[in-house]
Design a binder for this molecule. Structure first.
Ligand code: SF4
Ligand code: SF4
Length: 306
C-alpha cells in the first residue's frame, strides 16, 4: 500500500489533490482512499489530506501517521508543522519551493523533489493555487498512477476551460520537477545537504511566542465573532503571501476599516493614526483592499516568494 500525506493551507486545495490522485488510481482499477484531517480549518490555516492506494481493498480508516510520501504545497509550512513527522525510512519528500531538492535532502529519505509550483500556478492559473501543479511532481516521482489517468481525473473534475489550464500546469510541473535520489548522492554530497539543519531551524522557529495584540479576546466589544483566544496570533501566515497590500497615505482617511476586516488582525495603528500592516501576519487575501472605502490600498505581487 502506498500512503501519501499532503500538507497545505486552507484554500490551497490539499484535499482536492488527494481526491484527484485517488480518483486516477480508481480509474486504473486500483483501490484508493482520499480524506482530510478534520479540524477548525479556515483559509490560511495548516490542513492535512491523506491518500492511500493499493492493489487490494483497503480496510484502514485511520489518519496516515507513517507516510511513504509527504507532499508540501506551501514551503512556509515548514515553520509551522513538522511535515516530516513519521515519514518512513526511505520515504520521499516533495516540496513546492524555488530551492533545489538538495536543500531538503535528509539521510532517511530515498529521494527529495522540489518544484517552483507557486510560479507555475501564477503564470498559468493566475492564482497561487498549487494543488494540481504539485500533482505533476507527485506523478513524476511515483509510478502509482499514470499521468494520463490524472489528467482524465482533472478533466472530470473541472469545467473545460479550468481543466485545460490545470492540465497545462500539471504537465509543466511534470517536466520541471527536480529530483534527487539518495542512491545518486556521494559521501561529499551528504556533507553539504541542508535538509536536517533546515528542519531543525524550522522546528526552533515554531517555538516563537505568539504576538501580543495588547488586549485579550474577552475584552472585545459585543458583536465580535472570535470564538477562541489567540487563534490568529498563533499562526504566522505571512510567509505564504503571494500579494501584499500597499497603503496610499494620501488617500487614507484613517477610518480603521482595514483593521476591522482583516481576518488575521495584521493591522496596527501607528501614532499618527494610520493603519500599518504587519507582514508577518498578512496572508495577502486582499480583503482590506476590497473593504477600504476610499481605495487607499492596492495589492502588489510579491517578488520574493520562497
Ligand atoms: S480602510 Fe482605507 S482609509 Fe480606512 S484606515 Fe484603512 S487604508 Fe485608511
Ligand atoms: S491582505 Fe489585508 S486583509 Fe488580507 S491578511 Fe493582509 S492585511 Fe489582512
Amino acid at each position: 500500500m502506498l500512503e501519501i500525506r499532503i500538507h497545505g493551507r486552507g484554500g490551497q486545495g490539499a484535499v482536492t489533490s488527494a481526491e484527484l490522485f485517488a480518483q486516477a488510481a480508481i480509474m486504473e482499477g486500483k483501490y484508493a482512499q482520499a480524506f482530510p484531517s478534520f479540524g477548525p480549518e479556515r483559509r490560511g490555516a495548516p490542513v492535512v489530506a491523506f491518500c492511500r492506494i493499493d492493489e487490494r481493498p483497503i480496510r484502514l480508516r485511520t489518519n496516515i501517521n507513517e507516510p511513504d510520501i509527504v507532499m508540501v504545497l506551501d514551503p512556509s509550512l515548514l515553520q509551522v508543522v513538522d511535515v516530516t513527522a513519521g515519514l518512513v525510512e526511505q520515504g520521499i519528500l516533495i516540496i513546492n519551493s524555488r530551492k533545489g531538492p538538495h536543500h531538503f535532502m535528509m539521510k532517511k529519505l530515498a529521494g527529495a523533489a522540489s518544484i517552483d509550483a507557486a510560479r507555475i500556478a501564477l503564470d498559468i492559473l493566475k492564482r497561487p493555487i498549487t494543488n494540481t501543479v504539485m500533482l505533476g511532481a507527485l506523478v513524476r516521482i511515483t509510478a502509482a498512477v499514470e499521468v494520463e489517468s490524472l489528467i482524465e481525473a482533472i478533466r472530470q473534475r473541472f469545467d473545460a476551460e479550468n481543466a485545460a489550464l490545470n492540465v497545462q500546469a500539471l504537465q509543466k510541473a511534470f517536466t520541471e520537477t527536480l529530483i534527487l535520489y539518495s542512491d545518486d548522492c556521494t559521501p561529499a554530497d551528504w556533507d553539504s545537504f541542508a535538509g536536517t539543519a533546515n528542519i531543525a531551524a524550522a522546528a526552533a522557529a515554531r517555538g516563537k511566542p505568539a504576538l501580543d495584540y495588547g488586549f485579550r479576546w474577552n475584552e472585545l466589544k459585543p458583536g465580535c465573532v472570535i470564538t477562541e483566544a489567540g487563534n490568529a496570533s498563533s499562526f504566522r501566515t505571512g510567509d505564504w503571501r503571494s500579494f501584499r497590500p500597499v497603503l496610499n497615505k494620501e488617500r487614507c482617511i484613517r477610518c480603521g476599516l482595514c483593521w476591522v476586516f482583516c481576518p488575521d488582525m495584521a493591522y496596527r495603528e501607528n501614532p499618527e493614526g494610520y493603519y500599518i500592516v504587519d507582514l508577518d501576519y498578512c496572508k495577502g487575501c486582499g480583503i482590506c483592499a476590497q473593504e477600504c472605502p476610499v481605495g487607499a490600498i492596492h495589492l502588489e505581487k510579491e517578488v520574493e516568494m520562497v
